[in-house]
Design a protein around this ligand. Structure first.
Ligand code: GTP
Ligand code: IMP
Ligand code: MG
Length: 342
């Protein structure tokens, strides 16, 4: 399908980066465009055994022929994005929209010094909230004013819409997850904008009628980092016993783990208009199954979890991630999409 949006269904860190890296290698899109908030995100991806924790660039960079774009809705920290471009050696194929808003040192300082943001909300301290406030006040600087970004300046909405007009293949890689949405999440314990599929499309400048598929990613055992309500959370001891402890990509903070919250997942399906579901970290049920690539090889417990997701959410589970490596995945898209058409 020409335009696919990938979004998170829990509280972020579902493993969107890994799923997108797989899809990029497999489907070979012409463009991968980042939506979402900004460098508060940390998307983990492995390439040639090296781990990357990308905050601004699309994880789809692993597919060498894709153009990598950052839409005007996304905040840019020039230091972070320039470092990532050189780290990933992607100089020739990155485009940053003229109208991306810029995070300055003052925003980072304000985020980190704010009792409300840093302590009550548990922000990532990356300046995203204060920069979005300035954007709303219409005082923020835009990427077009920053000479260091000049080599990358482009009109992202135009590039993406021209590509779609030519039947080219575009991925939109969003960040964060449903429970962190400013509109639909656990306010005030959320991020500084909506992070649903409609906003992801708006972030890169395409209309809702142009989106063909919305892949919503859920983690088998959801995690939450920062403050805020977390239904069905496990205690730190329970997570440790299950061997599913995690730490934040950006902040290194421990992530709380939990069991699925079906009501929230149903709402995430509804509000994102999900057409497919991806489940990550299925190996958390049994680590000895990490890396499995065939559905038939999964344990009965894992298979019944997948069935429960499909029965409760009535959307096909097309991708099942079984480990952190890019190719640790069970891809059921051909089979499930054919089934859906019947
Ligand atoms: P945000 O945009 O920050 O929400 O991030 P994200 O959705 O890209 O996820 P992130 O990389 O922050 O966290 C996911 C973690 O799980 C990373 O450490 C991944 O390497 C790891 N991971 C992803 N998929 C799997 C999986 O199927 N199994 C296991 N064991 N780990 C996985
Ligand atoms: P902020 O977006 O830095 O203001 O942080 C607000 C809340 O969103 C905090 O609870 C953060 O931990 C959480 N958050 C923001 N971005 C991410 C992300 O990419 N993954 C997980 N949590 C996030
Ligand atoms: Mg993350």
């Amino acid at each position: 399908m020409p335009c696919t949006v990938v979004v998170g269904g829990n509280f972020g860190d579902e493993g969107k980066g890994k799923v997108i890296a797989y899809l990029a290698n497999k489907d070979k899109p012409n463009i991968i465009a980042r939506g979402g908030v900004g460098p508060n995100a940390g998307h983990t991806v492995y390439l040639d055994g090296k781990k990357y924790g990308l905050r601004q660039l699309p994880c789809g960079f692993v597919y060498q022929n894709a153009r990598l774009l950052i839409g005007p809705g996304v905040l840019i920290d020039p230091n972070v994005v320039l470092d990532e471009i050189s780290l990933t050696k992607t100089e020739g194929r990155v485009g940053i929209d003229y109208n991306c808003a810029i995070i300055e040192d003052k925003h980072i300082k304000e985020d980190q010094a704010s009792e409300h943001l840093k302590n009550k909300i548990g922000s990532t301290g990356t300046g995203c909230g204060p920069a979005n406030v300035d954007r709303i006040n219409r005082t923020v600087k835009l990427a077009k004013e920053i000479p260091e970004l000049e080599p990358y300046h482009t009109d992202v909405p135009l590039e993406v819409n021209l590509a779609l007009g030519d039947e080219k293949y575009v991925f939109i890689e969003n960040s964060q997850g449903f429970g962190l949405s400013l509109y639909h999440g656990t306010y005030p314990y959320c991020t500084s904008k909506d992070v649903s599929a409609s906003s992801a499309a708006a972030d890169v400048g395409i209309g809702p009628t142009k989106v063909d598929e919305v892949i919503l990613i859920f983690k088998s055992f959801p995690t939450r980092v920062g403050e805020g309500p977390f239904k069905n959370a496990l205690t730190a001891e329970e997570s440790k016993e299950r061997g599913i402890e995690e730490f934040g990509t950006v902040t290194g903070r421990p992530r709380r783990s939990g069991l699925p919250d079906w009501d929230m997942m149903k709402r995430a399906v509804m509000i994102n208009g999900a057409t497919q579901i991806g489940i990550t970290c299925i190996d958390y049920f049994d680590r000895s199954y990490a890396g499995t690539k065939n559905f038939d090889d999964l344990t009965n417990q894992m298979k019944s979890f997948v069935k429960e997701v499909e029965d409760k959410l009535t959307v096909p589970v097309t991708l099942i991630s079984t480990g952190p490596d890019t190719d640790h995945i069970i891809d059921l898209r051909d089979e499930k999409i054919a089934e859906k058409r019947e």
